[in-house]
Design a protein around this ligand. Sequence first.
Ligand SMILES: [Zn+2]
Length: 209
Amino acid sequence: MDSEPSRIAFNMDSIEKLRVLFERFPGIGPRQATRFVQFLLRSSPSLRREIATEIQKLGNNVKQCTECRRFFAGIGEQCTICKSPQRNDALLLIVTSDADVETIERSGNYNGKYFVLGGLLSFGDTNPLPNQKQLMKLLTAKKTIEEIIIAVPANPEGDNTEQFLRSLFASSKHPISAKVATLGRGLSTGSEIEYADAQTIKDALENRR
Ligand SMILES: [Zn+2]
C-alpha cells in the first residue's frame, strides 16, 4: 500500500464510520467501501462539500413519481419520462428498481413508459410487492397501455415475481386487456438489467415474448 499522509490529519473514527456506511450500499463490499473513503480523503474539500450538499438535498427536493414510482428531482408530481409527450404510451416496462430505468434509458433502445416495482417476491413471500397497489391502479386507469413487458432478473426471485404478476393481472377485478410479455432471456441466467450493456438490452427487448 502506498503512503497516505493525508490520513493522519483525520479522525480514524470518522474514516471507519464512513467505510461502514458505504458498505450499506447495494453491491458494495468492504474493499470497495475502503476505496470510496480513500478517494474522498484525497479529494478536494470543495468536492467533498458538493457531495455532502447533494446528499442532503436528496431528502429535500426528491420525490417519488406518482405514475412510475421512480425517484426524481424536479417540479410537479410526475417525472420527466412520464410527462414526456414523445414517449410511447402503449408500452409499459415493469422493472425492479430505478437503476434498471437508468440502464435502459442509457442504452437508448426503449421509448415507452416504465413502472418501478421497488422489489421482488421470494418463494413463499406473502407480502405484496412494494408498489403493487400503485401498479394495479395505473393499469386499470390507463387505457392507452397495449403491452406490458415484465423486465425482472432471470433468477428464482424474478421468475416468482413474474408468475405472481401474471396471475395478479389475470385475476384483476378490472380486466386488463393489455398483452403481457416477458423480456427475452438474452440476459444470461442470474444477470441483472442494471449491469447489462446496450446490445443485451436491445436483444432482450426485441426477443420479448
Ligand atoms: Zn414517472
